[in-house]
Write a protein that binds this ligand. Structure first.
Ligand SMILES: NC(=O)c1ccc[n+]([C@@H]2O[C@H](COP(=O)([O-])OP(=O)(O)OC[C@H]3O[C@@H](n4cnc5c(N)ncnc54)[C@H](OP(=O)(O)O)[C@@H]3O)[C@@H](O)[C@H]2O)c1
Length: 319
């Protein structure tokens, strides 16, 4: 991962929206089993996912699986708190108080002694960078986390964190977790160039299928039970269900056909084709989805320069 010695599988598995909302313990057990048995060694989570219940579910699954703890990596993220709009002042953000309390609580929910990766889920303008860097380093020293990073920070904020760490003789962020898919590429492909050069961060990218849009499942309607049909996710539906986006997904199908694959697999393969991407975090509510998505590992080496150009021509958003 970036300049670290950590090895993450090219595809990983995360629990946003799904765990404790769409899937129960037995389904999440099956999904994590499929992931692990196919070589996935990184499971992503966050304090805010379903108000902590997503971490609790993952913790229950992991304790039942009893896999060797050294054989996989586990993450959590801090910033949003557990209570959404009902958070009290110190129950969110990146103060030393909230980072420390959130980490201790995540360890309990996930039933683990340490997190391999711990992310600042968003930047926090209210907390001084020195306080954030110091707090993460204290958690590192305590052995509660092994690598710390950021999620959806700007390149300037990441560079500042790195500079502060250097000045204080501390460890800076090792990874960033940005959205990266065929619709969202500017940050990863343009803005982040400085963070890859030096300090050399790795990327654990999210939403490779733009919440499922890039599978083509929404091309004609919103299937019952799918993410965009969920009551509390109308904001996501509004963001995704745009005719211009759907039209591009329809056009991508011809490129996928040429490769003898699906548009979803093509879209995931496109993400991991970028050498700056350490791992792309998959989401899945069904075993068949996860099994299909893993086929991206066979397709990504087949993305020739000609195919990449054909994709760029359709998307029209290459930075
Ligand atoms: N750091 C951050 O701010 C942040 C933000 C978002 C996500 N993440 C992380 O990234 C992970 C992945 O994000 P994501 O869940 O948005 O990924 P995604 O791949 O864009 O969307 C996954 C969803 O698409 C649908 N899907 C997946 N494969 C499919 C297939 N083969 N056929 C049909 N439908 C399929 C499923 O939803 P339905 O079955 O419900 O339709 C699935 O839950 C999250 O779990 C989380 O760990 C991080």
């Amino acid at each position: 991962m970036g300049r670290t010695g950590l090895q993450l599988s090219l595809l990983s598995y995360g629990s946003w929206v799904t765990f404790s909302k769409q899937v129960d313990d037995s389904a999440s057990d099956r999904l994590m089993g499929i992931a692990y048995d196919n070589g996935i060694n990184f499971f992503d989570n966050a304090e805010s996912y379903e108000g902590g219940r997503s971490e609790e579910m993952m913790g229950r699954v992991l304790s039942k699986k009893n896999w060797d703890r050294t054989s996989y990596c586990l993450s959590s993220k801090v910033f949003f708190g557990l209570h959404g709009k009902n958070n009290k002042p110190n129950q969110h953000g990146l103060s030393r108080k909230h980072i420390t309390e959130a980490c201790n609580q995540a360890l309990k929910r996930l039933q683990t002694d340490y997190l391999d990766l711990y992310f600042c889920h968003r930047p926090d303008k209210e907390s001084p960078m020195e306080e954030i860097v110091w707090t993460m380093n204290i958690l590192l020293q305590q052995g509660k986390i092994l690598y710390w990073g950021t999620s959806e920070w700007s390149a300037a904020e990441i560079m500042e964190a790195n500079a502060v760490a250097k000045e204080l003789g501390l460890i800076g962020p090792a990874m960033e977790q940005p959205q990266y898919n065929l619709f969202e590429r500017t940050k990863v492909e343009r803005d982040y160039s400085p963070i890859f050069r030096d300090p050399g961060l790795g990327l654990t990218t999210w939403s490779p299928l733009a919440s499922g849009l890039l599978t083509g499942k929404y091309n004609h309607s919103i299937p019952e039970g799918s993410r965009l049909a969920l009551e509390n996710y109308a904001w996501l539906k509004d963001r995704m269900m745009q005719e211009e986006k759907l039209d591009k997904v329809r056009q991508l199908i011809s490129v996928a056909n040429e490769l003898g694959t699906s548009v979803g697999i093509l879209s995931i393969a496109w993400c991991i084709h970028n050498p700056n991407v350490t791992t792309t975090i998959l989401g899945a509510t069904k075993a068949a989805q996860l099994t299909e998505n893993l086929k991206a590992l066979e397709i990504y080496p087949q993305l020739t320069p000609e195919i990449m150009v054909a994709i760029d021509d359709i998307m029209g958003n290459k930075p």
